[in-house]
Design a protein around this ligand. Structure first.
Ligand code: MG
Length: 200
């Protein structure tokens, strides 16, 4: 198979546990969990509710970035990828401010960080395409690692060769279309094993 040259990693719920309760933010705004990203849902609210929703989301994200913790195995996974010559991008629907705040607290070895301030959010494949272009790799040389259907759908739409879904919430599984080939992992140690196997 094609050699993997680039890994595209999601932030929240994948390498970083912000402990943000997005379900509570959704509840406060009266938003259903319908499979769309929360930002997309907020954007469609009436102007007043939209402003309130954006403020609540930004506030939750900022608190999360300031007080969250790395997911166990994140440092080791990045080290393993880099040791095998795989370049790593953090690709998140979170804001630039929160991603930078997280990376200041935990200087993970990413070659690139893209946020919603850099383009349309996942499941749109644009951020993945930008990352591939910036890192000089084809989609067929990339692996995506994320915890949500949004990551999987974006990776699938971008034609990413290997897709890993790690520790997904049970409700996420309702939004995984049948027929999208992917690996499932219970934690980042298992992700590392999958990656090592693919690289051998
Ligand atoms: Mg996530």
């Amino acid at each position: 198979m094609t050699r993997l040259r680039v890994a595209l990693l999601d932030m929240d719920g994948t390498v970083f546990d912000s402990m943000i309760d997005l379900a509570a933010v959704r509840r406060d705004l009266g938003l259903e969990r319908d499979g769309r990203g929360i930002l997309e849902q907020i954007t469609e609210l009436a102007p007043d509710a939209r402003a309130r929703g954006l403020e609540a989301l930004l506030d939750a994200e900022a608190r999360g970035a300031a007080s969250g913790e790395l997911v166990p195995g994140a440092v080791e996974l990045l080290a393993a990828l880099r040791a095998r010559g795989v370049r790593c991008a953090l690709v998140t629907n979170n804001s630039r401010a929160s991603a930078d705040a997280m990376l200041r607290r935990f200087p993970l070895a990413f070659d690139l960080c893209l946020t919603r301030d850099d383009g349309p959010t996942k499941p749109d494949p644009t951020l993945f395409r930008i990352a591939l272009k910036r890192l000089g790799a084809a989609a067929t040389e990339a692996i995506s690692i994320g915890d949500a259907h949004l990551d999987l759908l974006a990776a699938h739409a971008a034609g990413i060769a290997e897709i890993v879904l790690v520790r997904p919430s049970s409700w996420v599984l309702d939004f995984i279309p049948a027929g999208v080939a992917h690996h499932r992992a219970a934690d980042l140690r298992e992700v590392r094993e999958i990656v090592e196997r693919l690289l051998d």
